[in-house]
Write a protein that binds this ligand. Sequence first.
Ligand code: NAP
Length: 263
Amino acid sequence: MAYFNISFDNASVAIVTGGESGIGRATAIKLGRAGVPVVLGYLSDSVAANEAASTIVDGGGKAAAVRADVSDEQAVEALFHFAEQRFGKVDLLVNSAGLNMSGVMLRDMALAQFDRMIRVDLYGPFLSCRRMVRALESAGRGGRIVNVSSIHERAPRPGGADYDAAKGGLAQLTATLALELAPKHIAVNGIAPGMILTPMNQSALDNPQELQRKEAAIPWGRAGMPEEVADLILFLLSPTADYITGTTVTIDGALSLTAAQGA
Ligand code: NAP
C-alpha cells in the first residue's frame, strides 16, 4: 500500500541540467512520466539528450533537449528562455550537471583544472538558481530546487580538492539560498549521493573486480542506481515535501558513516 502519492501541480515546468545522462536522465524521465513538462540541459551528447526527451514524449509527456554549458551565463539564460517559451515559467529545477574529481593532488593541480571544476559544479548551480528565482519572484510564485551534491561535500578524499571544494561550496549555496527564499516559498535542498552506477563510475561498471571491491566498502552491500536517486529528487521537488528546505539528504547506503572507523 502506498504511503503517499507524488504528484505535481499542473502548472509546473522543470529544467534538469545534465539531463541526458545518469542521475539527471533518470530524474528527467521520471518527472516526464509524472506529467511535468521537462527541458533537459546537456553539454555534448545530443543523441542521448534527444533520446531521453523522446522517451518522455513517446510515453505521452512533454520534453525537449537544449544544449547548455551550465558554467556559461548566456547559455543558462538561453536554456531558461527556451523552457519559458515552450512550456511556461520554470518552478522546478534540478542541478545535476557536474564533473568528477580529477584525482590530482593539490600541489600538482593546475589552476585551470580547479577553475573548470568550480565553474561547472558551483557556478553552474549558482547561475541556474539565480535565473530561476529572479523569474519566480517577479511572478510571485513559489518553486523547488534540488542541487545534486555528493557525500564528498563533507567527506574529503586526497586528489579531490577540486570536487570536494565545489560540492562543499554547493552545500552552503543551498543552505544560504534556502534561507533567503523561504519567505517566498521557494524551497532549496541538496542531495548527497554516495556511489551511484552512472557513467561517472564507468571504470567500476567496466571492471567487475573494481565494482566488487568498491561495493564491499558500502555497508548496504551495493552501489546505488540512478533511478533510486531520481525517486528522492522527485520527492524533494513535490508538494509532499513542502516543509523541507535548506537541507541536504544523503543517499549512500551508509557509506559516508564509515569515515573515521578504527580510530
Ligand atoms: P554523469 O552521468 O556523468 O552525468 C553528469 C552530466 O553532467 C553529464 O551528462 C555531463 O555531460 C554533464 N556536464 C558536465 N559538464 C557540464 C557542463 N559544463 N554543462 C552542462 N552539463 C555538463 O554522472 P552522474 O553520476 O549522473 O552525475 C550527476 C551529478 O551527481 C553530478 O553533479 C555528480 O557530481 C553527482 N554525484 C554522482 C555520484 C555518482 O556516484 N555517480 C556520486 C555523488 C554525486 P557530458 O557527458 O556531455 O560531459
